[in-house]
Design a protein around this ligand. Structure first.
Ligand SMILES: NC(=O)c1ccc[n+]([C@@H]2O[C@H](COP(=O)([O-])OP(=O)(O)OC[C@H]3O[C@@H](n4cnc5c(N)ncnc54)[C@H](O)[C@@H]3O)[C@@H](O)[C@H]2O)c1
Length: 385
């Protein structure tokens, strides 16, 4: 048997090291030795803005402006893409075509057509394409998923989730200023919104748990309202009442426009035939993830880690080494969310605008007084805004 020391170092390319990508930079810098990986390079034209830039330089990282520039004279076993949404498809396809396994941040892409092209590139390359919805890699969530797949909970009947995360104007202006946009200056689709970015996980998680194994389920139909208080092209507030192809009812409430004191961390209640699964709660933050069975038995699945980066990288590295492990968030599962987003924009091409007299601007944040209570009422009573 080969010992750790005999194992070939796996080379990792980081694409995007500012914003959320800084977490990947941190993980690679801190745990590279333990994982037996070597940083092949960093692709980010603005890498110097990353909080880990100094440490990357100290550890001898080589920087590139584009993926093409990197692959011209280099290769990598694994590429980790954490760039704005409009770059996911082209960069993931380029990395797969150059022989790298890919871990790409969520959402998989801006459009279903782009996601399909990524899947085609993956199939041509024979490499792995993992998408970074961290709850799919979370040990507690995976234990729940295993019980669902084993039939212990029965079919999903009604699932609902809420997340209200205040975001300032600076959030929309960060980086290249891509947040809240439909297309970039070059015409590439972005379709960034509260539901496709920060709170995308809480639609994706329902779809992921509602389908068998790691395939997920699609939304068959929905009623949806999208609204905006901020001056953006998409929406910062959404209430969605949907049904999946498998017949589970989904209800989803999310907003960035609730004001600095309006925070409600993710909470959900998922009703199955044999159990009710809960995470978080109104006025509370965080887990644990618990199932209460109809016969009174209670099962705790545990808590979740902070940003999930270590779990995602651990799994992506193992798969890149050829481990016979399942990929919990394949492109096909992640694409369910992109299809849901496409349906949202099909039903509501333009968001409704909160009347100006109901909107306030405080400390660089645009928000709607009273919106938090109205959205919680929607969540509790499963009713549209
Ligand atoms: N899993 C999560 O919980 C989570 C959380 C936040 C963001 N994200 C995802 O991460 C991705 C990035 O979001 P963000 O908020 O960090 O964005 P951001 O704009 O804050 O940062 C993006 C980074 O990519 C770099 N970049 C821009 N153009 C590039 C290019 N062409 N090539 C290489 N690098 C480029 C920027 O310089 C910056 O460092 C998005 O897909 C987002 O949905 C995931």
């Amino acid at each position: 048997m080969k010992g750790e020391g005999d194992m070939k170092k796996l080379t990792v390319l980081l694409v995007g090291v500012g914003g959320y990508g800084a977490n990947y930079a941190r993980a690679v810098l801190e745990r590279g030795g333990e994982w037996n990986i070597a940083l092949a390079g960093v692709v980010d034209p603005y890498a110097a803005t990353s909080k880990y830039y100094g440490e990357l330089v100290r550890q001898g990282a080589r920087f590139f402006n584009t993926v093409g520039e990197f692959y011209r004279y280099n290769e990598a076993d694994l590429a980790v893409i954490s760039t704005p949404i409009q770059f996911h498809a082209a960069q993931a396809i380029a990395c797969l075509e150059r022989g790298s396994h890919v871990l790409c941040e969520k959402p998989i892409a801006a459009t279903v057509e782009e996601a399909r092209r990524m899947i085609d590139a993956r199939d041509r390359s024979g490499k792995t394409l993992a998408i970074g919805y961290q709850w799919c890699y979370d040990p507690a969530m995976l234990r729940l998923k295993a019980d669902i797949d084993a039939g212990l909970l029965g079919r999903p009947l009604a699932m609902k989730s809420i997340v209200l995360w205040p975001r300032a104007i600076s959030y929309y202006k960060r980086g290249l200023g891509w947040a809240g946009k439909k297309y970039d200056a070059g015409g590439a689709p972005i379709f960034d919104s509260v539901a496709s970015n920060a709170t995308a996980h809480y639609i994706e998680n329902m779809l992921w748990l509602a389908g068998p194994h790691f395939q997920g389920d699609d939304i068959r139909d929905m009623r949806v309202r999208t609204l905006r208080a901020n001056d953006i092209e998409t929406f910062d507030t959404i209430v969605m009442d949907a049904v999946t192809a498998g017949g589970a009812k989904l209800f989803y409430v999310a907003s960035h426009a609730v004001g600095a004191d309006g925070r409600q961390d993710p909470a959900f209640v998922y009703e199955f035939e044999n159990a009710v699964v809960r995470y978080g709660g109104l006025g509370r933050s965080g887990g644990p993830l618990t199932a209460e069975f109809r016969d009174g038995a209670v099962k705790e699945y545990g808590g979740s880690s902070a940003d999930g980066v270590d779990e995602k990288l651990t799994r992506a590295i193992a798969l890149a080494r050829g481990a016979a492990e399942p990929l919990p968030c394949p492109a096909e599962a992640a694409m369910r969310h992109t299809r849901a987003m496409a349906m949202i924009f099909e039903k509501r091409p333009e968001a409704e605008v909160f009347p100006p007299e109901t909107v306030r601007l405080d400390d660089g944040m645009v928000w709607v007084p009273g919106l938090k209570d109205r959205l919680i009422d929607c969540y509790v009573n499963r009713k549209m805004l």
